[in-house]
Design a protein around this ligand. Structure first.
Ligand code: AMP
Length: 592
């Protein structure tokens, strides 16, 4: 398949906003593709070249990308840089520059295969001459590109494709193309939840339709999408939903899916399916005791104080996810892993067994003590007092609350359903809930903060438009140490111009790619003309702002920008806060 066909399809997708139309365009592209091409299209359309868990990142630095565009087009570095500031979109810039290219030499038409293989080469280049290889390979592609091809290649290379196609839309298109109808997406989704490799799914179904899917099952080394919990506000509601329950401690740490091979290999995956084996060498070593069988466990890892055995707040663990200090963090705060599920054992998937059965198997393999141990839980049969007492006991021990599970339920990968319910402390005490916001920019500090940032520009996520919208400037809550390190931490994310996915009315001194998520607590949410979050949703010409925002100290390295609190959630919080204030006023009035 020629790459121009793919580029034209992407261009069409950009113009469309209706999901059904997008599905139709993609379906037609798939129908023209060979199975191995369907695999490549599936990855590329999501702006990827491999499943996330393989950790193969494209993200060519901005400087290198600009250099390559200059080489391929013959336009000077200075002019490229100036145009980039004006255009603000690397794709449009490449398109423009390639159009300026002298047409002295003949070009070779690009194929999908060549583009894909070159992208893999760019991602895999390592070692001292890797920069050179990356620039040359990218420039090579651009030299043979039509302008419209250059637009998409450049965006993919920079990790900024953003066609507005989510993985579920892609599954819809695959279902239409190869299974005859969108109604049958659930067949694909079920496989995708246990084997989240969109390329593999596309290839299988393109090759052998439904039969191809039968070959896909839970596999050691491939993370299963985690099952998630619904939330409720009170213990009563829990009893209504699941009268006969396992009530488990809710540890405030990092979700960890543990893959163990009988020969001793171990892989740890995060909630977002990233490979997080490297920051947890102590967990990996502790897992040696389990070697000899193949298994997949679902667990939560917390940091503990080695002197007191106390479970420490989540941010102590998150130090490990930063690039420095794994060794120190490990010594200072060793990790304990609480295992709450077993999903696979010796070649067999267990996810369709009822939890009661899985728990029985779990208790055979995981001890109740040590650094890898079984979760603490209680079987409760409809008794509210018993549930409340267990909840309070858990909170007293430093837990976030409880996760209540239906013993008869199977493991619903990738689903936030009512078979798992979380009952958290903050919902009960009516404390204002913190939010998780994305850092999109910064303001230079003055006086005591000269040389570092004085405040960060924070945004909520809008999944409908795939945009980040600002809600506050945040300058408090940082420790001196954090503060002095801010420029160093954010350096890799600096962009010369505002990322097209960031919507802001405020001019920051420095712009960042939306990547890092911080937990923020504020006093209240107010109307604000300067922030873009919830703009025009409550009042025309106003957005919403968080007043007195403070960093809670939690670097949410476990969350990606798309997992941040959404614009809609902020709007809901504003509305519910309004209701509460009104109720308070009513009570006051009645009393008077
Ligand atoms: P939340 O992050 O608030 O949506 O809560 C769900 C998370 O709680 C899960 O993703 C796990 O990381 C964590 N968790 C802690 N303890 C448990 C447990 N016993 N069962 C399931 N999840 C747990």
């Amino acid at each position: 398949m020629k790459f121009i066909r793919v580029a034209e399809c992407y261009s069409k997708l950009e113009e469309l906003s209706g999901r059904l139309e997008m599905i139709d365009v993609l379906k037609r592209l798939f129908l023209e593709a060979r199975p191995d091409e369907a695999e490549k299209i599936a990855y590329l359309t999501l702006g990827k070249i491999a499943p996330d868990y393989e950790g193969l990142e494209l993200g060519l630095g901005e400087k290198l990308a600009l250099r390559a565009i200059s080489i391929a087009s013959g336009v000077s570095d200075q002019i490229i840089s100036k145009e980039y500031k004006k255009i603000g979109d690397i794709g449009k810039l490449a398109e423009w520059a390639v159009g300026k290219r002298p047409s002295l030499f003949g070009k070779e038409e690009l194929t999908l295969d060549r583009v894909f293989n070159s992208l893999i080469k760019i991602a895999k280049a390592t070692g001292s001459d890797s920069q050179d290889i990356k620039i040359r390979t990218f420039a090579g592609l651009l030299s043979d590109s039509e302008p419209i091809e250059a637009r998409y290649i450049a965006r993919i290379v920079m990790g900024r494709l953003r066609l507005g196609v989510q993985d579920m839309t892609l599954l819809d298109a695959l279902a239409e193309a190869y299974l005859g109808s969108r109604e049958r997406r659930s067949l694909l989704e079920e496989k995708y939840n246990i084997y989240p490799d969109i390329g593999r799914i596309a290839r299988a179904v393109a090759e052998k339709k439904e039969k191809g899917l039968e070959e896909i099952d839970v596999t050691l080394g491939v993370p299963i999408r985690p099952m998630l919990a619904q939330r409720v506000k009170s213990a009563d509601e829990v009893i209504e939903r699941i009268p006969k329950m396992y009530a488990e401690h809710k540890y405030d740490g990092e979700r960890m899916q543990i893959h163990i091979w009988r020969d001793g290999r171990v892989k740890l995956f995060s909630r977002r399916l990233e490979d997080i084996t490297a920051p947890y060498p102590d967990v990996r070593d502790a897992l040696k005791a389990f070697v000899g069988r193949d298994m997949i466990l679902d667990a939560e890892t917390v940091a503990v104080n080695p002197d007191t055995g106390e479970i420490l707040p989540f941010q102590e663990l998150m130090h490990r996810r930063r690039k420095y200090g794994v060794e120190e963090a490990m010594e200072q705060y060793p990790a304990v892993t609480y295992v709450f599920d077993v999903l696979y054992l010796d070649g067999k998937s267990l996810i369709n067994l009822p939890l009661r059965e899985r728990r029985r198997i779990l208790e055979e393999i995981v001890p109740k003590e040590g650094n890898i141990r079984e979760v603490i839980y209680k079987e409760i049969d409809g008794n509210l007092q018993e549930l409340e007492a267990f909840f309070e006991e858990a909170v007293e021990k430093g837990m976030e609350g409880l996760v209540i599970k239906d013993p008869n339920s199977r493991y619903q990968a990738g689903t936030r359903g009512w078979n798992w319910i979380k009952l958290k402390r903050s919902y009960i005490s009516k404390m204002i809930e913190p939010v998780d916001l994305v850092v999109v920019g910064a303001f230079m500090g003055r006086g005591k903060r000269a040389g570092t940032y004085g405040a960060l520009l924070m945004a909520a996520y809008d999944p409908k438009e795939d945009k980040y919208k600002t809600v506050c400037k945040m300058g408090s809550g940082f420790t001196d140490e954090d503060l002095s390190r801010l420029p160093e931490i954010f350096k890799p994310y600096i962009t010369e111009v505002r990322d097209p996915s960031v919507e802001s009315k405020i001019e920051a001194d420095v712009w960042f790619q939306p990547k890092i998520v911080l937990e923020v607590i504020g006093d209240e949410i107010t109307l604000s003309p300067v922030h873009t979050c919830g703009f025009n949703s409550i009042r025309k010409g106003s957005g919403l702002a968080i007043r007195f925002p403070r960093f809670t100290g939690r670097w949410r390295d476990d969350k990606g920008p798309e997992d941040a609190t959404t614009e809609d959630e902020i709007i809901q919080m504003y509305k519910s806060q309004l209701k509460e204030i009104k109720e308070e006023e009513k009570i006051k009035e009645e009393a008077a």
